[in-house]
Design a binder for this molecule. Sequence first.
Ligand code: IPM
Ligand code: MN
Length: 376
Amino acid sequence: MPLKQYEIATIDGDGIGPEVCQATVAVLREACGADLLNFSHHDGGADHYARTGHVLPPDTFAACKTAHAILHGAAGMPGITYADGTEVGNDLHLQLRFKLDLYANVRPVRLWKGVRSPLRDWQAGQIDYVIVRENTEGLYASRGGGINLRGEVCTDTLVVTRKGVERVARFSFELSRKRQGAPRDGKRRMTVCDKANILRSYAFFRAVCDEVAQEYGDVEIDYAYVDAMTVHLVKRPDYYDVIVAENMFGDIISDLGAATIGGMGLSPSAELGDHHGLFQGAHGSAPDIAGQDLASPLATILSGALMLRWLGDRHDDTRLVSAADRVEQAVEQVLAEGDAVPRDLGGQAGCRAMTAAVIRRLATERQDTGIAETAT
Ligand code: IPM
Ligand code: MN
């Protein structure tokens, strides 16, 4: 019986997207060997739209639907917008999210060894939580549907559905059950981040989370209004384990969380539905540094590790889970030992140098442990 192989659809995208996506493919090939992952490359993003009129070409979407997982670099070019002023490139993500129903945008916020938090005195391991951003409704449900009346009045509607909240809340409770609890006290804690004191839609979001909480007596439910949450993430980040938030709030607090552990260059994401997964750094396309070997690939590489772990859990394939462990360990060693320091962390290492440093660590580990080339 031939060993299972996994089809990975990659979309390089715009700006730094190609270099960080291709860097991650090289790292995953080193971690998994030659036979485990089969990568296919597909077009998409703002530049492609400017050439063809398609931000998510039909054949790319078809490949994403049938692949085991999707790995993406970044998308969006500031000058390429629709008539309504919104950016074209972002539609690549948004169309994939809505069409593949990727309802849980999982954003780990972890302080790695060797990385200094801009917050005073926090050490690796003391900041380790996950923001689960509802990814298919909220204020984003109005994307392309808002009103611009005579250029005088504009509105966008915040949409909160029972189904949407139930499934993202359940996902968050289940995630907390798989973790070791908050660094501060080891408690499994699921924090609902909303503005329930002011808006009925967020009061409904909280109420549905409370209903789901009845099924998870072993996980403490906690609440924070989003304004207070921005203070807590700075003042007591070790208190958090899993945080669930509506789409727009999740978008905002996940960047704040990333800033507390070194920046967007260390911010991976896994955008998950019941049948598909999209993995990308939570950063943007950074066109100002594109194509100059200046970008850090670490957020995308860590997203690749999330992809391996997600696939390994879904297919009960220990080869993938151990490869995910190896990729994360290699990144941690590079950061902790200072093999190469990316520019966004104060160093000089570019994309190629960071990628080579991670691959060297993986290769050394493979030789030391005698893991076969095919990682069987
Ligand atoms: C993110 C980004 C996206 C968002 C853009 C690129 C569509 O900011 O993934 O955090 O707004 O969700
Ligand atoms: Mn964002």
